[in-house]
Design a protein around this ligand. Structure first.
Ligand code: PEP
Ligand code: MG
Length: 326
């Protein structure tokens, strides 16, 4: 971490013209290291549960999961933890669960696996609900949602998990956590009006959204140069998310790598994003940048960027802006 950013941990993320931005943590890899940074942010905006599953030799039992989730929720309590249900497939494989496909990023991934294996999904949901008893800081997020039937089926299974637990343990006071969807498949961006009636929040996964918008495998070095979230089409879609979510009063955030990139963060804030979730190594850097800029200037930059023909043009503008504004 660059030394000049170190003192930033003592400050809030407020722009020069007084706009408060909520910065949250992307977590799931290493509880101790990540938790030590939690005083620098407003809770966890993305907890990748699959990272823990990937360290195991077999599917962890419901009770093992419950204990783990409770440890995570307790560490950050009372701040909220957005736990994402299992997001395997694509580049994320479990040694003990074979998924072998020609096009893994277009195949059996995320919610698709969970809905095809309701016994695994119900175990995970029940473990989360039980871990949340007495804490109340759990939020649940569904990955790779592409259609309404997936939202409906996932919510129905959550209801089932809730009722089965409540029936078997009437003495326990179960809370209903807020539920959100990830926006990372382009189709999801066009369903926000309907989904705003069904879920409590959404969060953009800009890594996958970029991959699917541009048809560029995010893990393929040969086409790495084409993977660019500053492509004007991606920026326009991100802008559309902000506009639609405002219209339909659906709370929204972004948890892909773009939010931890200073140029990305300022464009997103100009679009209306007020919640960004990022790796802990980005937190101080983003605070440092935000505390030296006005939203009004970011908005001017965004207007210019949205009119550019290519990502290269956009990045030229954003870099010049950063230099001009120190
Ligand atoms: C994303 O796709 O942007 C995201 C946050 O999820 P992951 O990187 O885990 O796929
Ligand atoms: Mg993703």
């Amino acid at each position: 971490l660059n030394e000049r950013f170190l003192t930033e941990q003592d400050y809030e993320a407020i722009t020069l013209d007084g706009e408060h931005i909520s910065l949250q943590l992307n977590a799931g890899l290493d509880l101790n290291t990540e938790h030590s940074k939690s005083n620098m942010c407003d809770g966890v905006g993305l907890y990748r549960t699959e990272a823990w599953f990937m360290q195991k030799g077999q599917f962890p039992s419901q009770i093992e999961q419950e204990n783990w989730y409770r440890e995570v929720l307790t560490s950050y309590h009372p701040a909220a933890v957005v736990m994402r249900t299992l997001d395997i497939g694509g580049d994320k494989v479990l040694d003990y669960f074979n998924i072998s496909e020609d096009n893994p990023f277009l195949g059996w991934r995320g919610i698709r696996v969970s809905l095809d294996h309701p016994e695994l999904f119900l175990d995970q949901l029940k473990a989360m609900l039980k871990a949340n008893i007495g804490l109340g800081n759990l939020k649940i997020m569904l990955p790779m949602i592409s259609g309404t039937e997936e939202v409906d089926e996932a919510l129905a299974l959550l209801e089932q998990a809730y009722y089965e637990l409540a029936e078997n343990h009437p003495e326990q006071i179960l809370e209903r956590p807020e539920v959100g969807v990830m926006l990372e498949v382009p189709s999801s961006i066009f369903m926000l009006e309907e989904w705003s009636q069904k879920v409590d929040f959404c969060s953009v996964g800009s890594n996958d959204l970029t991959q699917y918008m541009l048809a560029v495998d995010r893990a393929n070095a040969r086409v790495a140069e084409l993977f660019n979230p500053y492509h004007p089409s991606v920026l326009r879609v991100l802008q559309k998310v902000a506009t639609e979510c405002h219209t339909h009063e659906l709370p929204f955030s972004l948890c892909g790598e773009l939010g931890g990139d200073p140029e990305g963060a300022i464009l997103l804030i100009a679009m209306g994003y007020r919640r960004l979730s990022m790796n802990y190594s980005s937190l101080n850097k983003i605070k440092w940048v935000l505390r030296r800029l006005k939203v009004a200037d970011m908005e001017q930059l965004l207007d210019a960027c949205l009119a550019q023909p290519t990502a290269k043009h956009v990045l030229r503008l954003t870099r010049n802006f950063m230099i001009e504004h120190n």
